[in-house]
Ligand binder design. Sequence first.
Ligand code: MN
Length: 233
Amino acid sequence: MDNNFTRRDFIKISAAATAGAVTLGSGLMASPHGDPNFSLPLIPYDYKALEPHIDALTMEIHHSRHHKAYVDNLNKLCSDLHIHDPSLDNIIKNISKFPAGVRNNGGGHWNHSFFWTVMKPNGGGVPTGRIADAINTSFGDFDKFKELFNEAAKSRFGSGWAWLVKTTDGKLAIGSTANQDNPLMDISDFKGSPILGLDVWEHAYYLKYQNKRVDYVNAWWNVVNWDVVAGRM
Ligand code: MN
């Protein structure tokens, strides 16, 4: 296996620039000494803080079991494969060089670390400023943007994610990825730098919404943290 990941390059996923925004935290970086040691990042709000839109039990299981499992599995895989001092960003960008387990669990860790930051209690509403301008330029208006994003979330068959990304030419684009893939992965058909993402795996909504993914997606707009999304522009 090509193993170029011994360098100690702690690339951080760009932190949101706005006041009060949260970073993805050190969980995306390996331990600076020795073996890989990715860690479960704290969520910057209580499990119950997103109610009634996302219920506390779903948040708790999603974070403390699902996300934790991705972290634990990723650490074990990196250890077994002798991937020392990896940067998750580098792994994700070169994911085609790794086994499927790294793709699933590395993607799972990246995606969930990102997901917690783009939500907040009393979020939602309509964005303003530069992000609003970019949305209007790319999609016509905010309602049309939401319609297209909802369609991406709804039409992703099975498990996956819907994304708003910034493309290499600086424009915004909407798409989706399967399983725990994301638009930063070299194997992804849909590429870009994520600025908003929505988990549409059933584990993200089934306790409260059962099979009604559309209801979950509609409710989720009420917890979007537009300050963080704008910061990722
Ligand atoms: Mn999930």
